[in-house]
Design a protein around this ligand. Structure first.
Ligand code: SD4
Length: 337
């Protein structure tokens, strides 16, 4: 069982234990000092690539391009295409869990160092939505194409229509349908949306974010991942940020844009991610949802912050690949055996 999956289980159990507002606030206060001491600035020589969760292969594909002098845009596209094409990755692209009607619908976006961006949402039948998002950016006057229009555009631009629902995902969905018990509670679902940021040898930053979204979501639901400023934002003068977790919470606070703007005002990536998470904690219900932010700046500094313990990210540079645990707001209580 992946550590992410274990986290989801543990987190759900522990969140049910925290039932009152006063308990929440005391947990916040007592954790705050620890958080302060954990927020240190980490820096790495560029080029490097960083991405949400544990997808080392995705980072490697991006790094292969960066070490040859390739640009950050090509790197992030190639990187996130790895989980998009992997049927075992159940929350991105091919093999992703379907919506409640049994359809796999994909959300993806990409943004380059010039401030250009492209996005597709509610896209069906196309394995690599990030490449369609890039085509939207490069070949149309628009930023976002949705649903049928996005698919029509993809087909007109050489993408093939494929069935993205694997047998494994279909059988799970059939099982889910027996009770059709849908609670939009992110911590009980397994989803490893990839948000990736890269800084190339020239110091230019690009990012991409791609997902099949929440399993068994309502038909037509679009999350934060394809929304520029929510799931991803890059400003090459400052840095870049990406998000994972409960998309609705990120959308309400336009989290990735917020992180970049906070860095513009002088915060380090980790401090900015923390402040963006704390906005959610202060203004929204956060007991049973996870949100994690990951950010880099122009100096090559990086950092992250999440609501609940358990979010991690992978960093790949010329010194190799390292899985890092994110600093968090609330500790997950250990399961009693
Ligand atoms: C969404 N933010 O669709 C995505 C889900 C996610 O790891 O990040 N999963 O809300």
């Amino acid at each position: 069982m992946s550590s992410r999956r274990k986290f989801l289980k543990r987190s759900t159990l522990s969140s049910f234990g925290l039932m009152t507002t006063s308990l929440f606030s005391s947990a916040c206060a007592s954790n705050d000092d620890k958080i302060k001491s954990n927020i240190s600035t980490s820096k790495v020589k560029f080029p490097f690539v960083i991405s949400t969760w544990e997808n080392k292969k995705a980072n490697q594909a991006a790094m292969d391009i960066l070490v040859k002098g390739g640009n950050a845009l090509d790197a992030v596209e190639a990187g996130v295409k790895i989980p998009e094409g992997d049927p075992e990755d159940r929350s991105v692209g091919y093999g992703g869990r379907p919506d409640r009607d049994g359809d796999v619908t994909l959300d993806s976006c990409i943004m380059d160092s010039e401030g250009n961006c492209g996005s597709v949402c509610f896209l069906e039948g196309i394995k690599h939505p990030v490449s369609v998002a890039r085509a939207v950016m490069e070949k149309t006057p628009h930023v976002i194409l949705a649903g049928e229009g996005a698919q029509k555009f993809a087909l007109a631009n050489g993408f093939q229509k494929e069935n993205l629902l694997t047998e494994k995902s279909r059988l799970e969905w059939e099982e889910w349908k027996k009770e059709s018990n849908y609670e939009p509670v992110i911590n009980i679902e397994n989803h490893d949306t990839i948000g990736m940021l890269a800084i190339d040898a020239n110091g230019d930053i690009s990012g991409a974010c791609t997902t099949s979204g929440l399993a068994y979501k309502m038909k037509g639901r679009v999350g934060d991942s394809p929304i520029i400023g929510a799931g991803l934002y890059v400003d090459n003068e400052v840095g870049g940020a990406t998000a994972t977790g409960m998309g609705e919470a990120v959308l309400r606070s336009l989290g990735s844009f917020l992180v970049v703007e906070l860095m513009r005002q002088g915060m380090s990536p980790a401090e900015a991610c923390k402040e963006a998470v704390m906005r959610i904690v202060r203004k929204q219900r956060f007991d049973n949802i996870q949100v994690g932010y990951l950010a880099i700046n122009k100096k090559g500094e990086y950092g992250s912050f999440c609501i609940h313990e358990g979010f991690n990210y992978v960093l790949t540079s010329d010194t190799g690949t390292k899985l890092n645990k994110s600093v968090f707001h609330l500790k997950v209580k250990k399961e009693k055996k």
